[in-house]
Design a protein around this ligand. Structure first.
Ligand code: SAH
Length: 211
């Protein structure tokens, strides 16, 4: 199957489960083949995660769509992504948000992602290497935060970086399997929704897992 046919098939699959048209449109505009290693290009539009450098993974398109939908992004929002990885999810966020802050602990992945997003013409994004504190407190508060690695619990330090009315989407569970959680920070308190089972590489650092 050629890439364009595979891409259309994937978009059709996603549109059966994802209702938010803005998310689907954003996904149809970002060329996933530019974010996977050259040897995986033929599989860029399969609905599966793929290995990238440094033992990490580019998430499954369905999970990217589901998480993005749960972030409820508007074009006025400033959003934070923890775990840039390939930069694919970052590009989707750039399509939807006013401003994107992304942090990654592997400098090599950060540099790669920055190159691809620059080449694609995105200018509403800043890239940072992870510091000791999880997230990027200097840019807070954020209207939405996405964590693309699995955490043992919802880190309070990220809740602190979320605006009132903000949405945090994060996989929470063991090192090997997690539940995808959406936590909305309302004035009255937190509203938590479980979006289903998932599998992410571990979130490393303070308030998360040891390396
Ligand atoms: N959304 C990315 C997923 C990459 S995998 C994509 O689809 O390509 C998750 C990434 O989180 C890895 O690159 C890993 O290095 C990074 N990561 C793990 N712990 C982190 C932390 N504390 N801060 C920032 N990035 C982290």
């Amino acid at each position: 199957m050629d890439m364009e046919t595979a891409r259309l098939r994937l978009m059709q699959q996603l549109s059966r489960e994802i209702r938010d048209k803005k998310v689907l449109d954003a996904m149809s505009r970002v060329p996933r083949e530019l974010f996977v290693p050259p040897s995986s290009k033929h599989a860029a539009y399969e609905n599966i995660p793929l290995p990238i450098e440094m033992g990490q993974t580019i998430s499954q398109p369905f999970i990217v769509a589901l998480m993005t939908e749960a972030m409820q992004i508007t074009d006025k929002d400033k959003v934070l992504e923890v775990g840039t990885g390939s930069g694919y999810q970052t590009a989707i966020l750039c399509e939807l948000a006013k401003w994107v802050v992304t942090v990654e602990r592997h400098q090599r992945l950060l540099d790669r992602a920055k190159d691809v997003l620059t080449m694609l013409g995105y200018t509403n994004v800043e890239f940072h290497p992870t510091e000791k504190t999880l997230g990027w407190p200097k840019g807070a508060p954020y209207d939405a935060i996405i964590v693309t690695a699995g955490a043992p619990k919802v880190p309070q330090i990220l809740m602190d970086q979320l605006a009132v009315g903000g949405r945090l989407v994060i996989p929470v569970g063991s090192r090997f399997e997690q539940e995808l959680m959406q936590v909305i920070k309302r004035k009255e308190g937190l509203v938590t929704t479980n979006l289903g089972a998932c599998r992410f590489v571990p979130l490393i650092g303070e308030s998360a897992w040891d390396e």
